[in-house]
Every structure is written in C-alpha cells, then in structure tokens.
Design a protein around this ligand. Structure first.
Ligand code: DQQ
Length: 687
C-alpha cells in the first residue's frame, strides 16, 4: 500500500461540477506549459536517436489492412452493425489488427465443430462477443477485479463499454453486469481504457478515457457507488467529467489511457497519459490532489522519436533485490522503474527499464539502444494493451495482456466471440541479467494441473521427431529442459549469426545447433503442428546467441489464418539449461523461455489437430548436435468462468463457487475424480 501518512482530499459525496473558473485557470496554465514544452520538444526532436530494433519481429498486420466493407457472414447476429473498416490509428482504437483475411479472402469452410474447439478452457473470456484491453485490474476487499473493453453487440470492435468479472484466484471468474456503459456526452462514443488507484484509506478511483460525442479523447473519473460492496457492481461517473481534455496542440484523438496514479514525495498523485507529437510517442504527466483538478507538468515523462502514438502506457517500480512486487508509489533505493507503451503503429507492447527522477518528472532508460518502442517487448507474439497492478494480497505485480485473434473476422463472427486475456503473469526484474523482466504464469495456474507424465533424458539425434504420449493434448502445461551435446557445441564453427525467428524458414531452417523443442497441437501425420523451439547461433568468437521462436507456418491447413513466425533473442546464462514452459489451451499457445525472460503468445487454429487428434512431439532439427530433453506435461483442468450466481446462498458462500455439469450442481473444490470428469465436460457448458 501507499504511504498512509500522506494526505489527500477525498471526493465530496454528491459532487457538483467543479467551478469553471478554476478549471479555466488550470486549462490556461496547462496550455502555456504545453506550448513551452512543445517548442522545447520539437526543437529537440531527434536528440533521442532511434536505434536498431533488437530482433523486433514486427509482423505489422495493419500493413495488410484492406479497405472494404466488413463482410461478415450471414450468420451475423447483428447485421446493422456492419461498417466500413477504418484505420485503427485514425479511430484511436483497437479494431481487429489482423484484417489480412477480410472480405476479399476466400474463407476456409470452418465447421462448427472446429470453431467450438477454439474456445479456451482456462483463459478469461466473456461469454460471447468482442473483448480487447484489460482495464482497471485491482484487488479489492478480497476479490480480484478485471474490467475489460467489451462490445456487447457483436464479435467485432465497436460500441465499447466496460465488461467486469471477479475472481478469488485470478483463474476462476464470475461475470458481473457491465461496469460502465456509454451514456454521457463525454464517453458516448466509447468507454475506453483506464486504470484503478487505491488510496491509502482504501477508496478506489478509476480514471478512464472517454470518446466524446465529437470523438475527442478526454479523461474521466469514476468511483464505486457503494465502496462497501466487494463486488463493486455499481459505478458513479463524476458529475464534473471530463477531468482532463487534450492539451492545446495535441490531436483530439491522441490523448488516452490514464495510468494508475502514484504518490510523489510531496503527497500529490501523479498519472501518465499516452500521446504523440508528430511521430514522437510521448507520455504526459499530471499531478493531482483529488483526482478532479490536475496540473500538467512541464516536459514529458518520456518520449521516443519515430514510434508513433503510445497507447496504454504503464509505469511501475521493480525491486532490484528480489522478485516481490512493489506498490506503484514505492520509490527509493533498490528500485528501478519500468515504462511500457503499446505502439499503435505496430500493435506490440514494448518496455524498458530505467531510472525515475521524481523532481525532474522524467524517466531515463538504462540503455537508450533498447528504449521504449525500439527494444524489448513483453511478448513476441500477440499481446497488446497490457496493464499491470500491484496485488497487495500476495505482494506481487501482475500483468494482464489482451490476446487478439489472428483468424478472419468472418470466422470470429461465426463463432460469436473474439479475443482472450492471456494467463495473468507475475512480472519482476530479472536480477541475474538486470536487463529484462521475468514474466511467469501466476502460481494459481498450477492449481489446474491434473495428472502428469514425466519423460527423463530423452536423446534426440539430429533430424529426429519423437511422439510423447501425454494423453489428451489440448489443455496442457509443459515444462521442458534441453541440453545440447557439449562436443558438438564446441566443435561447431560459426553458425547462423544473423538469425531471426520471423524471417527464417521457421522450424524447417536447419542449423548446426538448432532448432529443437516441442511440436504442440500437431496431428499424427504432422501435417499440422506448432513448433515452439530454441535456435542457437554461434559467433566467430565462439559466443552463443539463443533464440526462442514459435512457427505458425504449419499450424493450420486453413488459408485464412495468420501463419507468421514469432520470436526473439533470449539470454541464457553460464551453467543454465535451455528451458521452456508452454501452456496450451485450445487456440492459444503461450511460451515462456528461461524462466520468462522471453515470451511468445500465439493463436492457432488447426483443422485436424483438435480434440482427441491433437498430439505433442519433441523434435531436434539441428544438423550437427544431439539434444537431451527432460520434461513434465500436466493435463490442465478447465477453469470456471461463468455468471455470478443469482442464488443468494451461493452468492454468500464466499470462495466456493459452484458450477453445472450436465444439469447437476457441484462444488468446484471437490475431489480429483470430479475434477477430471469436469475437465472433459465443463467447457461444453460455455459453447
Ligand atoms: N483500446 C482502447 C483505447 C486504447 C486501445 C479502445 C488500445 O483506449 O488506446 O478500445 O488497444
């Protein structure tokens, strides 16, 4: 929690709009500051020179956007909502990033059986329709809350409001009524992304972006109608909204996504908001005492030329001494700060580690060559508009990320839903390297593990593929280690130093020391397979560089899905084995290499390797080295993600939600046998 000695001005009950005079003064002062700052920034533009992107596998699917009507199939439940595609950046929003397979691509004849299989079993999804960014995640009075960008009217982006769900463990969820709908002039075109701040006395403030009746992006304040309600069902929008409008000189559609607030040493709250000036992505910073009146601070927290609009900025401290999380207001010795921004241009989330100078209101990256937007990403697959929160319950920082679809919109409309939230991850500084974060599935995921199969020291000769009998293979948690034959490592001369996962031939590109890894969601004949693997390049000086990749090129026989290859460099330290954890949950595959130094999330849509036909294999496609692998694979139970019970008894039964299996009600914390049966059946309840 933040320092409780610091005072703040609580919101008066029944707040009336704040005096316009004060507001005008703030606006005028803000304007003067901005003008000064713009002059400074523009004259300085370019001083932070963009440098080479490090293994930035930018599969900029927006490049393939087609301008045409969104020709959803006749099965659309809401045909009047068909609309022309618009550019995501001009809309300032999150339309489906992959329009490659829009109206003009002949659609694969997906059957209902195939589409039903794609729905996940232990990832958060609404019951139907479109979802995008996670919003305002928070732990409040014993419940984890997840709000999210949601279209109640269809499986494509539009009509955005805030969906809401609660959980006791970040895995099993109850859907609640919409938290906020678009019912005011200042958010009528959309209740967009925002963040929660818990005040020292436990009060909750929610700041969010509204798209006004004139499509201007403004910031609004909301708070719980009944702070004693742990479910936070009803929200009040502050009557004086908006509390912030775009500063002069800033585009009406370039000002969005307020962060969680953090305390300054003077006891003020500080927030950052993403924007851009020409092609320079920036974060404005404001101080406030009461979340109603704001002072725009001179300069920016940070900016990087040629990165375009910064969406969903996140700013938080990490400990340099341990993996525990820190409250957003924590500062002082033993702390580094992370800036994350979601690049509207390429739709990837980039972060950098650096030092926050509270007095100067700036943040400086440790290594300007891997600055925000030009260096490291949270994830090298699909992962966008992410947001962290400090979980005071378990003293950790948890990261949520929106995982979009990479199939066609026609298929999304047919299946009636689009997008997932990735498995929530703990995020902490990698104190061994000091140069990257570690992201790892929250420990509660392990509670879904059912039976496991273990394989020890399996030797894989160059060019070999070995089936693994892990049982059913569509809901799995796999932990695998690999060791390369030492003699081969030493005798191999220089090998593929210029390797890049995305421009390589994928798992078919054979080098002396790789690729080797797992094939998941594969069918027996391997006509469909999704390899998740390591590839090692050896430099002239004998140094090794390891890459972690996922190859979607043969993930499906369908023609209307994304088949990019994803991945990046992963640090492997002296004495470490190559290690990966892979979560498979129907159409999502999440890979974590070396304890979470590099991660890759992919959405895959097999046509044959589904249900009982899905298999897992080990493979080694290196030409010059044998690989020894040991691994453990767990079957994963389904999570219970369902509407909050109407039933009063259940509502008050606390932590033991019930679920329905073929009409009968059972406690979910039942015995393993029950769980296993459920595993086979429960997910069907959602289809
Ligand atoms: N999604 C929201 C915006 C945000 C974008 C709109 C990022 O607030 O910038 O749905 O995906």
């Amino acid at each position: 929690m933040a320092d409780s000695n610091v005072s703040y001005n609580p919101l008066p009950d029944g707040e009336r709009p704040r005096p316009t005079r004060r507001r005008s003064i703030v606006l005028v002062l803000s304007g003067l500051l901005v003008v000064g700052f713009l002059v400074a920034l523009l004259s300085d533009n370019g001083s932070i020179a963009p440098t080479n992107v490090i293994d930035n596998d930018n599969n900029n699917v927006n490049d393939n956007a087609q301008n045409g009507l969104n020709d959803v199939s006749s099965s659309s439940k809401d045909p009047e909502r068909l609309r022309p595609f618009t550019s995501a950046s001009s809309a300032g929003v999150s339309e489906k990033s992959n329009r490659r397979f829009g109206a003009r691509t002949a659609s694969y004849p997906w059957t209902n059986n195939m589409l039903s299989w794609q729905r996940t079993a232990f990832h958060f999804q609404p019951q139907k329709n479109w979802m995008n960014d996670p919003n305002g995640p928070v732990f409040y009075k014993g419940w984890y809350h997840l709000f999210y960008q949601y279209n109640p009217n269809g499986a494509i982006w539009g009509d955005i409001v805030w969906g809401h769900a609660v959980s006791k463990d970040l895995i099993h969820w109850y859907h609640l009524p919409l938290a906020m709908v678009a019912d005011q002039w200042y958010d009528i075109m959309g209740v967009w992304t925002g963040s929660a701040t818990i005040l020292p006395d436990g009060k909750l403030m929610m700041l969010y972006t509204g798209s006004t009746n004139e499509s201007v992006q403004v910031q609004n304040l909301a708070y719980p109608a009944d702070p004693s309600d742990p479910l936070l069902i009803k929200w009040v929008k502050y009557p004086g909204n908006p509390v912030l409008v775009p500063p002069p000189g800033i585009g009406a559609k370039d000002f969005r996504d307020p962060t969680t607030a953090w305390l300054t040493s003077e006891g003020k709250w500080r927030i950052a908001i993403g924007s851009r000036i020409n092609r320079t992505g920036i974060t404005f910073v404001y101080d406030t005492k009461d979340f109603i009146n704001y002072e725009l601070l001179r300069g920016v927290l940070h900016g990087v030329p040629n990165t375009g609009m910064w969406e969903c900025v996140d700013f938080y401290p990490v400990s340099t001494t341990g993996e525990h999380g820190l409250d957003t207001s924590h500062n002082g010795p033993g702390v580094k700060h992370v800036v994350k921004a979601s690049m509207d241009d390429d739709r990837h989330d980039y972060y950098a580690i650096g030092t926050y100078h509270e007095k100067n209101v700036t943040w400086v990256p440790d290594n300007p060559e891997i600055d925000v937007g030009i260096g490291i990403r949270y994830d090298y697959g699909l992962f966008y508009a992410s947001k962290t929160f400090y979980d005071q319950n378990k003293k950790r920082r948890v990261l949520w990320g929106w995982i979009g679809e990479s199939d066609s919109e026609i298929a999304d409309v047919k299946k009636g839903w689009a997008s997932l939230q990735g498995i929530p991850r703990t995020v902490a500084l990698d104190t061994k390297t000091g140069s990257n974060l570690l992201q790892w599935p929250v420990e509660e995921v392990d509670s879904l593990r059912l039976t496991s199969k273990e394989f020890k020291k399996i030797e894989l000769k160059p060019g070999s593929v070995m089936p693994l009998d892990v049982g059913s293979a569509t809901q799995l948690d796999i932990v695998a280690e690999f060791e390369l034959d030492k003699a081969a490592l030493e005798k191999t001369a220089e090998s593929n130093v210029e390797f890049s996962c995305s421009s390589s031939e994928g798992s078919a590109e054979r080098g002396a020391l790789g690729p080797f890894g797992l094939l998941v969601l594969a069918d027996d004949s391997l006509s469909e397979q999704t390899p998740v693997y390591f590839y090692i390049a050896k430099g002239k000086d004998g140094s090794l560089k390891t890459y972690f990749c996922t190859d979607q090129s043969r993930s499906s026989e369908a023609n209307d899905v994304n088949k990019s290859k994803y991945g990046s460099f992963v640090p492997v330290l002296e004495g470490e084995k190559f290690s990966m954890r892979v979560l498979v949950d129907h159409s999502i595959v999440e890979g974590f290499a070396q304890g979470g130094r590099t991660t890759i999330t992919s959405r895959v849509y097999p046509t044959k390797a589904i249900y009982g036909a899905a298999r897992v294999f080990l493979f080694n496609n290196a030409t010059g080295a044998s690989v020894t692998s040991s691994l453990k694979a767990w079957q994963m139970n389904s999570a219970f993600i369902r509407p909050y019970p109407d039933d009063d008894d259940e509502r008050h039964s606390g932590t033991e939600p019930t679920y329905e299996v073929r009409g009968s009600k059972t406690k979910y914390l039942g015995n393993l046998l029950t769980s296993s049966l459920l595993f086979l059946n429960a997910r069907n309840n959602f289809l």
